[in-house]
Design a protein around this ligand. Structure first.
Ligand code: ADP
Ligand code: MG
Length: 376
């Protein structure tokens, strides 16, 4: 177990001979884990997740900043001396070795005594429920079993830190959900500080104690799943976290600091919000999640979005409808037994407290102070 600290960490793959200054693959990455914390890195493909993991592992040198493990600067420490175990998407098992030997291999390289190796492999196999597979070769295993062996190989090393880079991407959807739960249980049992990478926001939300949302090499927000969902820092995080994605409407904020007007939509921001004076009379991006939109007949409600349904998706428990409103695509998640049809004109409303407000230019969330602070 360990505390991992990243301070101003950056990676530039450009090298010394680059002609044009390439953008850093990772830029100014700052994070300090708790001892034993489960951290998830999430973001679109190419945003720098693997690069960050490889820098922590020591497989890639950071070109700026500091990486510390339990206070020790490891920038100059070789990968094999960092006491970190990595699990990848491709399990990279040795095909000619049995499961036992695959798990034992790293330990025998380290000259760990035979009886201790046996003990550790058997313990890990027990935890992962693969004891009956120890004599098999990888080709005689299912995808899920191979993934367990890959995890087992990491566990026997009893590392200070686990790094898992999209370890479930090769598994089918059902198995992925099972393994997700297994990894969480494993983490609870072993308590090892873990970095887990995924591009799947649902996986991130269900697994992370804290989630680091990345985009183009930059951290967008580090927060608990709940905080990311309820208080996203910017339009990107708001749209990335949650399925279906948050709806956005461009609206103008009135001089009262509360009234929001679109071409046809109108809304009233909730009064606990302390909007910045500078935004009065200006355009905002107003966000509202599909699950917070409610069907109404009352066009005089404070918050009103009107339109004609052009997509209906009955999913049983809920019915998704889509409509075009003021040039924006809007998705609403309605009760499963709602009887709506394509072509219906509907009115949607929501609680003002559910509105997310963003500066239309910077895409940053407007400050929300649930308890007003008095300023001079
Ligand atoms: P992710 O894991 O989030 O998909 P990566 O960390 O693999 O993203 O990549 C981040 C960026 O760095 C991408 O633009 C990618 O093309 C670039 N990159 C990754 N590895 C290398 C490398 N070895 N050499 C040059 N560029 C790389
Ligand atoms: Mg990657």
């Amino acid at each position: 177990m360990a505390v991992v600290e990243l301070k101003g960490v950056a990676k530039n793959y450009g090298g010394a001979h680059k002609n044009a200054k390439a953008a850093n693959a990772v830029e100014n990455f700052n994070l300090t884990t708790r001892d034993g914390e489960f951290i998830v890195l999430v973001g679109p493909s190419g945003c720098g997740k693997s690069t960050t993991m490889r820098m922590i592992a020591g497989l890639e040198a950071n070109t700026d900043g500091e990486i510390r493990i339990d206070g020790r600067d490891v920038s100059q420490v070789a990968a094999r001396d960092r006491d970190i175990a990595m699990v990848f998407q491709s399990y990279a098992l040795y095909p000619h070795m049995t499961v036992y030997d695959n798990m034992a291999f790293a330990l025998s390289l380290k000259k760990v005594p035979k009886n201790e190796i046996e003990q550790r492999v058997n313990d890990a196999a027990g935890i992962l429920d693969i004891t009956h597979l120890l004599d098999r070769k990888p080709r005689a295993l299912s995808g899920g079993q191979r993934q367990r062996v890959a995890l087992g190989r990491a566990i026997v090393r009893d590392p200070q830190v686990f790094l898992m880079d999209e370890p479930l991407s090769n598994l089918d959807a059902m198995l992925r959900v099972d393994m997700r739960a297994e990894i969480i249980k494993l983490h609870r049992k072993l308590g090892v500080t873990t970095f887990y990478v995924t591009h799947d926001q649902t996986e991130a939300m269900t697994m992370g104690e804290r989630i680091v949302v990345m985009r183009d090499g930059h951290i967008q927000q580090i927060d608990t799943p709940n905080a990311l969902y309820h208080a996203p820092n910017n339009v990107f995080v708001a749209g990335f976290i949650g399925t279906p994605s948050m709806n956005f409407l461009k609206m103008t904020l009135g001089g009262d600091g509360k009234t929001l007007t679109g071409q046809t939509a109108h809304m009233v921001a909730s009064s606990e919000r302390q909007l910045i004076e500078a935004h009065k009379g200006r355009d905002l991006m107003v966000g509202v999640r599909p699950e917070h939109l409610i069907l109404t007949t009352d066009e005089t409600a404070a918050n009103v979005i009107k339109g004609e349904i052009d997509v209906v998706e009955p999913l049983g428990s809920v019915t998704m409808v889509q409509l075009e409103v003021d040039g924006h695509r809007i998705t609403a998640q309605l009760e499963g037994d709602t009887s709506v049809r394509m072509g219906d004109s509907i009115v949607l409303t929501c609680d003002s407290a559910r509105l997310h407000l963003f500066d239309a230019d910077t895409e940053q969330a407007l400050p929300r102070h649930e308890h007003r602070t008095e300023t001079a």
